[in-house]
Design a binder for this molecule. Structure first.
Ligand code: ZN
Length: 159
Protein backbone atom coordinates (compact mmCIF):
# COMPACT_ATOMS: atom_id res chain seq x y z
CA UNK A 1 0.00 0.00 0.00
CA UNK A 2 1.75 3.11 -1.20
CA UNK A 3 1.53 5.99 1.24
CA UNK A 4 3.77 8.36 -0.65
CA UNK A 5 3.75 9.44 -4.24
CA UNK A 6 6.19 7.43 -6.30
CA UNK A 7 7.89 9.47 -8.96
CA UNK A 8 6.66 8.50 -12.41
CA UNK A 9 7.21 9.93 -15.86
CA UNK A 10 3.83 11.58 -15.75
CA UNK A 11 4.50 13.60 -12.64
CA UNK A 12 1.04 15.02 -13.14
CA UNK A 13 0.32 14.87 -9.45
CA UNK A 14 2.34 18.05 -9.13
CA UNK A 15 -0.26 19.88 -11.16
CA UNK A 16 -3.22 19.04 -8.99
CA UNK A 17 -3.99 22.39 -7.49
CA UNK A 18 -6.94 24.32 -8.69
CA UNK A 19 -5.62 27.01 -10.96
CA UNK A 20 -7.15 30.40 -11.51
CA UNK A 21 -7.65 32.13 -14.83
CA UNK A 22 -7.50 28.94 -16.84
CA UNK A 23 -8.21 29.17 -20.55
CA UNK A 24 -11.81 27.89 -20.35
CA UNK A 25 -12.46 30.20 -17.40
CA UNK A 26 -11.30 33.22 -19.39
CA UNK A 27 -13.25 32.07 -22.44
CA UNK A 28 -16.44 31.81 -20.40
CA UNK A 29 -15.91 35.18 -18.75
CA UNK A 30 -15.54 36.81 -22.14
CA UNK A 31 -18.75 35.20 -23.37
CA UNK A 32 -20.64 36.23 -20.22
CA UNK A 33 -19.33 39.76 -20.54
CA UNK A 34 -20.34 39.90 -24.19
CA UNK A 35 -23.83 38.77 -23.16
CA UNK A 36 -24.04 41.66 -20.71
CA UNK A 37 -23.23 39.80 -17.50
CA UNK A 38 -21.19 41.60 -14.87
CA UNK A 39 -19.09 39.58 -12.49
CA UNK A 40 -16.48 39.56 -9.76
CA UNK A 41 -13.53 37.20 -9.88
CA UNK A 42 -12.50 34.73 -7.21
CA UNK A 43 -14.57 36.20 -4.45
CA UNK A 44 -14.31 34.04 -1.37
CA UNK A 45 -17.78 33.27 -0.10
CA UNK A 46 -16.43 31.29 2.79
CA UNK A 47 -13.27 29.42 3.61
CA UNK A 48 -13.20 26.49 1.20
CA UNK A 49 -15.58 28.18 -1.22
CA UNK A 50 -14.16 30.52 -3.83
CA UNK A 51 -16.09 30.34 -7.10
CA UNK A 52 -14.21 31.16 -10.29
CA UNK A 53 -16.51 34.13 -10.61
CA UNK A 54 -19.82 35.37 -9.30
CA UNK A 55 -22.56 37.52 -10.78
CA UNK A 56 -23.59 39.49 -7.71
CA UNK A 57 -26.73 41.02 -9.21
CA UNK A 58 -28.03 37.59 -10.20
CA UNK A 59 -26.65 35.82 -7.18
CA UNK A 60 -25.01 33.23 -9.39
CA UNK A 61 -21.74 31.55 -8.40
CA UNK A 62 -19.83 29.89 -11.21
CA UNK A 63 -17.30 27.09 -11.05
CA UNK A 64 -15.51 25.95 -14.19
CA UNK A 65 -14.39 22.41 -13.49
CA UNK A 66 -11.40 20.90 -15.23
CA UNK A 67 -12.42 17.67 -16.94
CA UNK A 68 -9.58 15.60 -15.59
CA UNK A 69 -9.35 16.77 -12.01
CA UNK A 70 -13.05 16.97 -11.42
CA UNK A 71 -13.96 13.81 -13.27
CA UNK A 72 -16.00 14.89 -16.28
CA UNK A 73 -18.10 11.92 -17.46
CA UNK A 74 -16.64 12.27 -20.92
CA UNK A 75 -13.00 13.02 -20.15
CA UNK A 76 -12.53 11.94 -16.58
CA UNK A 77 -11.04 8.60 -15.72
CA UNK A 78 -13.50 5.75 -15.92
CA UNK A 79 -11.21 2.81 -15.24
CA UNK A 80 -9.51 2.10 -11.90
CA UNK A 81 -6.12 3.65 -11.34
CA UNK A 82 -3.14 1.40 -11.86
CA UNK A 83 0.53 1.62 -10.98
CA UNK A 84 2.40 2.46 -7.81
CA UNK A 85 0.30 5.56 -7.06
CA UNK A 86 -3.08 4.01 -7.81
CA UNK A 87 -4.41 4.28 -4.29
CA UNK A 88 -3.19 7.84 -3.88
CA UNK A 89 -4.74 8.86 -7.16
CA UNK A 90 -8.08 7.37 -6.26
CA UNK A 91 -7.89 9.08 -2.92
CA UNK A 92 -6.99 12.42 -4.43
CA UNK A 93 -9.83 12.35 -6.91
CA UNK A 94 -12.24 11.39 -4.14
CA UNK A 95 -11.06 14.37 -2.11
CA UNK A 96 -11.48 16.67 -5.13
CA UNK A 97 -15.05 15.46 -5.52
CA UNK A 98 -15.75 15.96 -1.85
CA UNK A 99 -14.28 19.46 -1.97
CA UNK A 100 -16.48 20.30 -4.97
CA UNK A 101 -19.55 19.03 -3.20
CA UNK A 102 -18.68 20.97 -0.06
CA UNK A 103 -18.01 24.25 -1.85
CA UNK A 104 -21.28 23.93 -3.78
CA UNK A 105 -23.11 23.38 -0.52
CA UNK A 106 -21.39 26.34 1.15
CA UNK A 107 -22.30 28.67 -1.69
CA UNK A 108 -25.91 27.47 -1.63
CA UNK A 109 -26.03 27.95 2.13
CA UNK A 110 -25.08 31.57 1.51
CA UNK A 111 -27.92 31.98 -0.93
CA UNK A 112 -26.00 31.64 -4.19
CA UNK A 113 -27.31 29.81 -7.18
CA UNK A 114 -24.44 27.51 -8.09
CA UNK A 115 -23.55 26.84 -11.71
CA UNK A 116 -20.87 24.20 -12.29
CA UNK A 117 -19.75 23.63 -15.83
CA UNK A 118 -17.11 21.41 -17.37
CA UNK A 119 -14.23 22.97 -19.21
CA UNK A 120 -15.14 20.90 -22.28
CA UNK A 121 -18.63 22.44 -22.35
CA UNK A 122 -17.06 25.89 -22.31
CA UNK A 123 -14.58 25.01 -25.05
CA UNK A 124 -17.34 23.51 -27.18
CA UNK A 125 -19.85 26.33 -26.90
CA UNK A 126 -18.93 29.29 -24.67
CA UNK A 127 -22.01 31.32 -25.73
CA UNK A 128 -24.38 28.56 -24.73
CA UNK A 129 -22.66 28.10 -21.38
CA UNK A 130 -22.70 31.86 -20.85
CA UNK A 131 -26.44 31.83 -21.41
CA UNK A 132 -26.73 29.08 -18.83
CA UNK A 133 -24.74 31.20 -16.38
CA UNK A 134 -26.97 34.19 -16.99
CA UNK A 135 -30.24 32.27 -16.88
CA UNK A 136 -29.57 29.12 -14.88
CA UNK A 137 -33.21 28.34 -14.11
CA UNK A 138 -34.13 28.37 -17.74
CA UNK A 139 -31.10 26.48 -18.98
CA UNK A 140 -31.30 23.80 -16.33
CA UNK A 141 -34.32 22.42 -18.09
CA UNK A 142 -32.17 21.63 -21.07
CA UNK A 143 -29.82 18.73 -21.00
CA UNK A 144 -26.07 18.86 -21.00
CA UNK A 145 -25.42 20.83 -17.84
CA UNK A 146 -24.63 19.20 -14.59
CA UNK A 147 -24.77 22.26 -12.42
CA UNK A 148 -28.17 22.05 -10.87
CA UNK A 149 -28.29 18.33 -10.45
CA UNK A 150 -25.75 16.52 -8.37
CA UNK A 151 -22.63 16.24 -10.51
CA UNK A 152 -21.10 13.79 -8.12
CA UNK A 153 -23.53 10.90 -8.27
CA UNK A 154 -21.81 7.74 -7.21
CA UNK A 155 -19.13 9.46 -5.19
CA UNK A 156 -19.20 8.25 -1.62
CA UNK A 157 -19.95 11.01 0.90
CA UNK A 158 -17.20 12.44 3.06
CA UNK A 159 -16.66 10.49 6.26
ZN1 ZN B 1 -14.98 17.01 -20.30
Amino acid sequence: MAKRWVSTNAGAHLAGRRKVNTAPEVLLRQAVHAAGGRFRLHRQIEKGCTPDFVLPSRHVAVFVDGCFWHGCPEHGRTTPWVGPNAELWADKMRRNAERDRRSTQLAQDHGWLVVRVWECQVRRDPENVAHHVMYPQEASRRSGFHSLSDPLDGVPPAK
